[in-house]
Design a binder for this molecule. Structure first.
Ligand code: SF4
Ligand code: SF4
Length: 433
């Protein structure tokens, strides 16, 4: 079977790029190089975290989403799946019901809150954590950029990733199922789900699935686009509107730590921002880690509220979401599993197949002895470099530059620091290496 090509959600407009290198060191997988004055992304290494989108002042890096207008008229039933982060974008939102009304007013036929699904996933996770024979610590599967990072850079930790569907996937599946039940006149082809997303990583998830698991989400529209359509409608919202179907524990998933708090287990760690997440994963992999039960990692600062496709400051969004929680019950959604064992997790909540590693194509050579020779050459060149990781060569680190030289992707002369030193030595008649 032909290998399915990964469809990315971060793209580069090389014409806008001025080669400033701001994005170079923000990329957690070293996927970016500056060549001929412009950035380039190595697609196989990109995990769509959106870090480069966030730092590029030229707007040369772009997160790619569907447009609201792309939703095909062939669908007779359009279901909005708002991320809980959407709730924190409006300064005048009094309750989530008003936002649901505004979404319906935009043309959706139904709204299924991802926060509602998150409450079910929290309960399923609590059950899963009671199992004795699972690899610990369990690592959340909710942030697709983190899952892809693990599959690529920390493949030994794949078995630790929670094998339960992320809330947005469960929301999409459940919403479609319920719509079919409630509207027998509809067929599967008549229904589409539209996720309103804070980040490109979740748009990539909808296109590619988690690992082998494919997604049922049909469209992913950015929060920033929907914000513009919703802003005035939310302002005008009257009392007597729809009611939110989620409680505090679902809404909390918008910011870092919210998922963990729903587990009622103090032995957790929640870290946000890609650099912190990498440090945590490094520590788990090398065994230098306290004995904890659950690890929640979010690629974006502050959690999903810090996603590059949001409009509000993440701290303000978090505080607005805290305000919306007043009066809500802890949870409105439960699995009804009275006669089951406490560690039983229903099959329809589990990922369709295990999370597997995804090692990008061989970087050096398929031939083992040639790869060894190249590795030695990389070490030799690296020793000669200034090892200050200045980025002026167009690679994020001196080590990455040495690798690029050996692969023939650039010349040793591209290291300006090394060249300057050589010229200096020549001027003063010193020895060069
Ligand atoms: S941040 Fe990266 S993509 Fe943006 S202008 Fe600078 S080098 Fe180009
Ligand atoms: S989206 Fe993330 S992984 Fe991809 S090029 Fe940008 S910073 Fe690197």
């Amino acid at each position: 079977m032909a290998k399915k090509e990964y469809r990315h959600s971060v793209s580069l407009d090389a014409e806008k790029c001025i080669g400033c290198t701001s994005c170079l060191r923000q990329c957690p997988t070293e996927a970016i190089r500056i060549r001929d004055g412009h950035a380039r992304i190595t697609a196989e290494l990109c995990i769509d975290c959106g870090n480069c989108v966030r730092v590029c002042r030229q707007k040369a890096k772009r997160a790619v989403f569907d447009k609201f207008s792309d939703i095909s008229p062939k669908y007779k039933w359009r279901i909005a799946l708002p991320a809980p982060t959407l709730y924190g974008q409006f300064d005048n939102l009094k309750d989530v019901g008003a936002l649901i009304d505004a979404l319906l007013d935009c043309g959706f036929d139904e709204v299924y809150e991802v926060a509602k699904a998150a409450e079910i996933i929290s309960e399923a996770t609590r059950r899963y954590m009671r199992k004795q024979d699972i690899p610990r610590p369990v690592i959340s599967s909710a942030c697709p950029a983190i899952v892809r990072l693990i599959r690529m850079r920390f493949p030994d930790l794949c078995d630790n990733v929670l094998p339960i569907l992320p809330p947005v996937e469960y929301a999409s599946r459940k919403a479609k199922e319920k719509a079919l039940e409630a509207h027998p006149e509809l067929t599967e082809k008549d229904i589409c789900t539209v996720f309103i997303s804070p980040c490109p990583a979740k748009a990539s998830y909808a296109k590619n699935g988690l690992s082998q698991t494919s997604s049922t989400i049909d469209y992913v529209v950015s929060i920033s686009e929907m914000y513009l359509l919703l802003r005035d409608k939310v302002k005008r919202a009257e009392p007597g509107h729809s009611e939110s179907q989620s409680g505090i524990s679902g809404v909390k998933w918008a910011s870092s730590g919210g998922e963990s708090e729903g587990l009622f287990n103090d032995r957790y760690l929640a870290a946000d921002d890609m650099n912190n997440a990498i440090q945590v994963l490094d520590a788990i992999e090398t065994g230098k880690f306290p004995r904890l039960e659950f690890i929640e990692l979010n690629a974006c600062p502050g959690g999903c509220v810090g996603g590059p496709a949001t409009v509000a400051n993440p701290y303000i969004a978090k505080s607005r979401i805290l305000g919306l929680r007043h009066g809500l019950p802890s949870s409105k959604n439960y699995l009804k599993l009275m006669d089951q064992k406490p560690d039983y997790v229903p099959e329809n909540l589990m990922v369709d197949s295990p999370i597997k590693n995804h090692i990008p194509p061989v970087r050096l050579s398929d031939d083992f002895s040639e790869a060894m020779r190249m590795m030695q050459e990389i070490d030799r060149i690296y020793e000669e470099l200034p090892r200050i990781d200045c980025g002026s060569c167009g690679a994020p680190t001196c080590r990455a530059f040495a690798e690029d030289v050996v692969k023939g992707e650039c010349l040793f002369d591209d290291c300006v620091v090394y060249m300057r030193r050589m010229m200096q030595q020549q001027k003063t008649g010193g020895e060069t290496t």
